[in-house]
Design a protein around this ligand. Structure first.
Ligand code: BDP
Length: 332
């Protein structure tokens, strides 16, 4: 075939040329499909390192066809905003806390309920077992595929005014909470004023006195430098709301069945790695903040537990959610 200038332009714009072009692009993408993954935490934080580890496993197991690119430090936005982006496939994977998912996926309230777990072991056993699997499955109708849970330790209250021993000590304090009705209600039930706010805004709000305190685990209290402006850390350990790694269902469904299995398995395989990092980080974060002047105290835990009845009734409010709570309680 002999092309005149016009003839080639006409052909190039036609379906034949476009299709050839697409195949080449398509093949190039298939050679290295990059899954973009979001995390609010900085590089080096256990959740970030766990997803990087998962990426290494995926890359090995697909001979480099699929890679994970980590966007840590909220580069893709604050947690709540990244959830919708993940549902719509703008972000492929997301490591988030369960709390900002509470309003979207009711089942995620259950493991965040105050004092629902007796210990870290109880939490791990529950989330590794059938209760954990059932909650992961509950993400799918909302455009997300639940891949794995990561530890988040226990969350405790900290503030810059006074040590908290009993709920009455919280009266009048403005406490930042995650953007979740469960956490708003939890803090309200203790007599304090909950202020929902994105994680990234908490340091300056503490510093300026817009809020008096917040609640989090040791590693987050340390990595955010909240301890510098909130030195009373009171061991309420009121929630173990775990971390979860989710993938955009749109993006997941576009993978071949074999690649879906590889992604799911690599996520599961990253959990023991994460737990090792987490246990070490909890200890080092605690030691670091204490060395820098944080004042840690135990609380009268029974008084906190006693105040939580109405919160549990309000958020475990359907037979299905109540059944999940009973199954958790039955785990030895
Ligand atoms: C941390 C979680 C992180 C949350 C943060 C928060 O790891 O995902 O964004 O708490 O309080 O413990 O918002």
């Amino acid at each position: 075939m002999k092309f005149t200038r016009r003839g080639f332009a006409g052909f190039a714009a036609g379906a034949g040329f476009a299709a050839t072009n697409l195949t080449i692009v398509g093949r190039a993408q298939a050679q290295a499909l990059v899954l973009r993954s979001a995390d609010t935490h900085p590089d080096g934080y256990p959740t970030v390192e766990a997803v990087k580890h998962m990426g290494t496993l995926i890359e090995q197991r697909t001979s480099g066809r699929i890679r994970v690119q980590m966007f840590h430090s909220s580069q893709l936005g604050q947690e709540r905003d990244t959830i919708d982006q993940t549902r719509f496939g703008v972000i492929d994977m997301n490591r988030i806390n369960m709390a900002p998912l509470n309003n979207l996926v009711p089942e995620t309230n259950v493991p965040g309920l105050p004092f629902v777990f007796r210990s870290v072991d109880h939490m791990r056993k529950t989330m590794d077992g059938s209760v954990g699997e059932d909650i992961l499955r509950a993400f799918e109708p909302h455009g997300l595929v639940g891949l794995a849970y990561y530890d988040s330790g226990a969350r405790s209250f900290y503030n810059g005014r006074r040590p908290i021993n009993v709920p009455a000590d919280m009266r009048g304090l403005k406490i930042r909470v995650q953007q979740s009705d469960l956490f708003v209600a939890l803090v309200q039930a203790l007599g304090a004023n909950p202020t929902p706010m994105p994680f990234g805004e908490v340091f300056s709000a503490l510093q300026s006195g817009t809020i008096d305190g917040a609640e989090n685990n040791w590693p987050s209290y340390e990595s955010t430098r909240h301890f510098e402006v909130s030195k009373f850390y009171s061991l309420s350990e009121h929630s173990m709301s775990p971390e979860v790694l989710v993938m955009s269902k749109r993006r997941f469904d576009a993978l071949s069945p074999g690649d879906r299995d590889i992604v799911r398995q690599a996520a599961k395989d990253s959990v023991p790695h994460m737990r090792g990092l987490w246990d070490a980080r909890e200890k080092s974060a605690e030691a670091a903040v204490v060395a820098r002047g944080s004042l840690v105290n135990r609380v009268q835990k029974q008084e906190f537990i006693a105040a939580m009845g109405p919160v549990i009734d309000r958020f475990a409010n359907t037979p299905a959610l109540k059944a999940l709570v009973s199954r958790i309680q039955a785990i030895a």
